[in-house]
Design a protein around this ligand. Sequence first.
Ligand SMILES: Nc1ncnc2c1ncn2[C@@H]1O[C@H](COP(=O)(O)OP(=O)(O)OP(=O)(O)O)[C@@H](O)[C@H]1O
Length: 347
Amino acid sequence: MRTDGPLSTWDPRHWNDVAGDGSLFFPGREGPLPSIRIENSRDGMGDHNVLAALSQAPAAPPRINRSVDAGIHHPAPRADDPPPPPPRDSQGMPTHREPALRTTGLRKAFGDHLAVDDIHLTVPAGSFYGLVGPNGAGKTTTLAMAVGLLSPDAGSAEIFGVDVWRDTVQAKGMIGVLPDGNAMPERLTGREVLTYLGLLRGLPPVVVAERTDELLRILELDSAERTLVIEYSTGMRKKIGLAVALLHAPRLLVLDEPFEAVDPVSAATIRTILRRFVGNGGSVIISSHVMTLVEQLCDHVGVISDGRVVAAGPLDDVRGAGTLEDAFVNLVGARTGATEGLAWLTF
Ligand SMILES: Nc1ncnc2c1ncn2[C@@H]1O[C@H](COP(=O)(O)OP(=O)(O)OP(=O)(O)O)[C@@H](O)[C@H]1O
C-alpha cells in the first residue's frame, strides 16, 4: 500500500514546503505539476494560474491551457487503486492494531488564550467518532493539530501509529480532511477542482475521471459542474470539500462540521456515504453540534469543553441512561442563557 500518496485536502495549508524555500511538495508526485484544460470557467481571465487560485504561496504555476485541443497533460501515475480492505476478524470488524487517531497531550495557545489544553483522544480504527463541544471549546483547533494543519505547542498526534509531525507525508497520505473554513480554488468548477487535485495526488487520469463523475453525481453536484466554486452555496462547498476528501480513498476521514448548511436530502446522502465508508473498513471522525445526528451515526464520542476532554469513549458509556444531549449538558454545565433579560422583545 502506498503511504506517501495523496494530499489530505485542497487546502494550501496542507501542502508541504519541505525544502523550506517556498517551493511546494505534493506527496506522491514529482516533476512538473499537471496542466488542465478549462472549458467552463466564466471568469473572463486569460491563461490561468491555478496554483495562485489554490494558494497564495509563490511557486512555479501549473499552466491551464484554454485552447480547445489542449487536453489534459497526464502526469506519470504514482498511485493506483485504493489500498486493499483491512483484515477483519470473525465479526467482520477491522483488525488494525493501531488506532485511527491517537492524540497525546495536545496543547495550543493563541496569545494568552489556551484554546486546547492537554487533549488525549483515542479513535479506534473502524470507528465512527463524534467530537462534540460548545462553541469555542477547541474542536477545530484539536482536529487541525491532529491532521497536521496546525502545529501544536506541545503533544503529539498519530494516524494509524504514524506520527503526524515526524512522518507528515506518510500520515497525510492516509487521511482525507474536510477542514473548517472554505479555502477553495474559487475560479475552478467542481469538476476542475477534483480533476486537478486528483492529478496532483498522482492518481491515474482515468481513475480521477471515473471518481469525479461518480462523486459529482452522488453528491448531486453534477448539475453545477459548470459553476465556478466562487458561485457555490455554503452547502455545495461542503459537498465539494467532502468529494475532495474522499477522492483518494483514504483510510481515515476527518470532517469538521460536514453537515453544516447541507440540505436534508444531501445530508441523508452524506450519512449513507459515511456509513458505507465505515462499513467497508474506513474510520471517520466528525465534529458536530447536532447531538441527535451524532447519536445516529457515531459509535464513539469525545466531549470537549474549555479545551479539555471531559468525556470520551463508546457512545453508550458517554451518554449513560439518557440522551447524548442530556449527558452533554451535564458535562459542559447547564447554562441559563436567555431565561432573563431581553425584555424589549416582549410584544
Ligand atoms: N487563529 C486563532 N487565533 C486566535 N484564537 C483562536 C484562533 N483559532 C481559534 N481560536 C480560539 O480558540 C478557541 C477554540 O476555538 P475552536 O475554533 O477550536 O473551537 P470550536 O470548538 O471548534 O468552536 P465552534 O464549535 O464554535 O466551531 C476559541 O476561543 C477561539 O476563539
